[in-house]
Design a protein around this ligand. Structure first.
Ligand code: C2O
Ligand code: CU
Ligand code: CU
Length: 581
């Protein structure tokens, strides 16, 4: 493994340099493809030359930047080992994956330095392009900007039945498009608006060789803040085949595809007969309306400013994202765009159990309000608060109203959604498939989404919904929700908690002990929840310290009633705990 990485890096450096020498741009780095069901990921610090001769300190997965592409098959049970060698805490979130909140890798599922997190889950997603990135409370922008991000490609039988390009790196190419900011020492900056360097898979001034046939690109806007308005040079049409949640009913012919941070789009481009030519994928940012990060002005008028935003050559101007250098056709080329695909049926509004309002607002109104911080429903994110409780299998409509002057990409963990309408109108043709992130326009716009909270219930470990502009997310523009199964919790607590013992109870000393009845059942995590449903602690036990019994410190808690939730290798239990006076 080590050898392959350094070989790739050396090769990559050579290409980088020679590309510059001959003025051809730099060949993109293709993230290595790892095939499941077992994955080994090491989060590490590194050095990387975005600018030849000027190493920058970075973070990456199994290498100095980005991370390998994880190929998962629907229905398989994946087992992922995530070793944290960063020397600091982080988390890894599987953005777009439908997994339990314990496996989701949100801010509660911290990977302590030096430890290994080992999520195991069944892949329930349809074939789609998802991605992974850190999600530590208040540190997401830092860890993503430093370089950690990778693709997840989910495959299934449904997608396999279509004649689509799927040879990784040849006619099926992942493109992580990001902008970064550097200081004069080539250190990566975060939480800033001076992101002037465009990178595709970590490479500046990028090109990729493509064959003269139908090629699939998996586009990811992995930027901290920037929205791109993708289009091909000369307005060559392309075809959107999948949104965040997977295949559409049929390819949608487009000239532009805007993507905001966190969004993905799979497109087909037909290069048939174009051998020898070079075609640029552009961002037509001049066409973005003001108030979108990436347009000429970050707010609705030049009067509203963000420090570092103007002047920035990327804002409000069209630029090349990557050049496609078209070479010879391959042996088993896909040569036509399929007429039909298989989309998932969008949810109808029948039987909606709840409607909720999500309100985006700036903490400080006035001309300075673009700078945040921002509120959702009047509050900043608090890791100990559950903002929303939904019932398992309920269908819900959420109305996200943006009372700030700028657009924010709304992201929902776990389930994804369909957009019902935006300011009363149908969403654009490219946003009618299943999404998990979408840009809500500014100035009192509202977007209604519909979703269903299937499969996973856990009333103490929440999922997140948030703005995917990482500076905003870190600045509090995030909320949490739990999915609860009330049909289950109507059982008396003792009955569903038989598998573990908690003693002494009432607690008198500084510790209580939790132990499983079956000694082969290991305790992986516990949480203590107070009478108001707030998580006071959520502790994950190191893989190499797993045991069937564990001591939980309780001396810091006031006398009263608590719930202790215990996650074991087999199940999740809850026990009522009384702390005596
Ligand atoms: Cu891509 Cu909550 O994140
Ligand atoms: Cu996510
Ligand atoms: Cu935002």
């Amino acid at each position: 493994m080590k050898k392959v990485q350094s070989f790739i890096l050396t090769l990559f450096t050579i290409i980088n340099l020679s590309g510059n020498l001959f003025g051809q741009g730099n060949k993109i780095l293709l993230p290595p493809l790892l095939t499941g069901p077992q994955f080994e990921l090491t989060l590490q610090n590194g050095q990387y030359e975005f600018f030849p001769g000027h190493p920058s300190a970075t973070m990456g997965v199994n290498g100095p930047i980005l991370g390998p592409t994880l190929l998962m098959k629907k229905g398989e049970r994946v087992d992922i080992k995530v070793k944290n060698n960063l020397g600091q805490r982080t988390t890894i979130h599987w953005h777009g994956m439908h997994v339990s909140s314990v496996n989701d890798g949100g801010p509660h599922i911290v990977i302590e330095p030096g430890t290994t997190w080992n999520p195991k889950f069944e892949v329930k997603n349809r074939a789609s392009t998802c991605w992974y990135h850190p999600h530590l409370d208040r540190f997401t922008d830092q860890h993503v900007s430093k370089g950690i991000a990778g693709f997840i490609i989910v495959q299934d039988d449904e997608e396999a039945a279509f004649d689509l390009p799927r040879t990784y790196g040849v006619d099926d190419i992942p493109l992580a498009v990001q902008t970064k900011a550097f200081d004069s020492n080539y250190d990566i900056l975060y939480d800033v608006n001076s992101d002037k360097t465009l990178l595709v898979n970590g490479v500046r001034d990028a090109y990729v060789d493509v064959p003269a046939q139908v090629v699939r690109f998996r586009l990811l806007d992995g930027s901290s803040q920037r929205t791109f308005n993708f289009g091909l040079e000369g307005n060559l049409p392309f075809y959107l085949i999948a949104t965040d949640g997977g295949l559409l009913d049929a390819p949608v012919q487009l000239k532009r595809l805007p993507l905001s941070p966190g969004e993905r789009g799979e497109i087909l481009v037909d290069f048939t007969g174009m051998e020898g030519k070079t075609i640029a994928l552009m961002s037509y940012a001049a066409e973005l309306s003001n108030g979108i990060y990436g347009a000429a002005y970050p707010g609705p008028s030049p009067r509203m400013a963000l420090s570092g935003y103007n002047p920035n050559p990327m804002n409000g101007r069209n630029f090349t994202v990557i050049n496609f250098k078209i070479g010879a056709k391959t042996a088993h080329a896909v040569t036509s765009i399929p007429a039909k695909l298989a989309g998932e049926k969008p949810y109808t509004t029948d039987g909606v159990a709840h409607q909720r309002a999500i309100d985006f607002r700036a903490k400080t109104p006035g001309p300075d309000q673009l700078n945040g911080d921002f509120y959702i429903n009047g509050v900043s994110f608090d890791i100990n608060t559950i903002n929303i409780t939904v019932d398992l299998n309920d269908k819900e409509i959420w109305t996200i109203t943006n009372n700030t002057p700028i657009a924010h990409p709304f992201h929902l963990h776990n389930v994804g959604f369909y957009i019902l309408d935006i300011d009363g109108g149908l969403p654009p043709a490219y946003a009618r498939g299943k999404k998990d992130t979408y840009l809500v326009p500014g100035r009192h716009s509202s977007m209604r989404i519909i979703t269903k909270f299937t499969d996973f219930a856990n009333d103490s470990i929440p999922y997140m919904y948030h703005c995917h502009m990482l500076k905003h997310e870190d600045g509090g523009m995030m909320g949490s929700f739990v999915v609860v199964d009330r049909t289950n919790s109507t059982q008396p607590i003792e009955e569903i908690s038989e598998g573990v013992l908690l003693y002494p109870n009432p607690a008198k000393k500084s510790y209580v002990t939790v132990s499983t009845r079956d000694a082969s059942e290991m305790i992986q995590a516990y949480s203590v929840i107070d009478g108001r449903g707030r998580i006071l602690v959520y502790h994950i036990i190191d893989d190499n310290e797993l045991s069937d019994a564990y001591s939980i410190p309780v001396s810091q808690y006031a006398p009263g009633h608590y719930i202790v939730k215990v996650v074991t290798t087999k199940d999740i239990y809850e026990k009522a705990l009384v702390i005596a006076k």
